[in-house]
Design a protein around this ligand. Structure first.
Ligand SMILES: [Fe+2]
Length: 165
């Protein structure tokens, strides 16, 4: 049986993925050129896949699968804020937000369930920390001007997008 702490953290993480999905979709609309579209499309895919991965856990915990309209509104607002910035600064901001707000909570999810208790739930819960950390690695690569900065994110996907020619 999942603890109350786990259920609360899982709820927040699922909401974070909903917010991220709407935010990256909103950034994708404003993308310029195939490289930007590929990177933001890859981030959108990361969030969509994470939502799908979390759903069996939500059902096991008796939580609703529906999207939270407040998370969607937060995502739309975040996209607007990001799109107003130059390209590299968008990722400086993303890096800071993930580092301070999301990553600690996502890492925590993996500590709130033991593999002995529920191996599959523990695997997905731990993966969410790696998922979030990949956003920091990707942002650092954008900031450093490295080629194919989305590669660490794409490596985590089950359904990666085709790279631009
Ligand atoms: Fe995410």
């Amino acid at each position: 049986m999942a603890s109350r702490e786990f259920v609360e953290c899982l709820t927040e993480v699922y909401r974070g993925e909903q917010l991220g999905e709407v935010a990256f979709e909103g950034m994708l609309v404003a993308a310029e050129g195939p490289e930007q579209r590929y990177l933001l499309g890859t981030l959108l895919q990361l969030e969509t896949e994470a939502k799908a991965m979390l759903r069996p856990l939500l059902v096991r915990c008796g939580l609703p699968l529906r999207n939270d309209p407040e998370a969607a509104a937060g995502g739309a607002q975040a996209a607007e804020q990001w799109n107003a910035l130059p390209w590299v600064e968008r990722f400086q901001l993303l890096r800071d937000i993930v580092n301070t707000t999301y990553l600690p909570r996502y890492r925590e999810l993996g500590t709130l369930v033991s593999p002995e208790e529920d191996a599959e739930t523990a695997r997905v819960a731990r993966f969410m920390g790696d998922h979030e950390a990949s956003l920091i690695v990707m942002s650092d690569r954008v900031i450093a001007g490295e080629p194919d900065p989305a590669a660490p994110v794409a490596a985590l996907l089950h359904f990666p997008l085709p790279r631009p020619e």
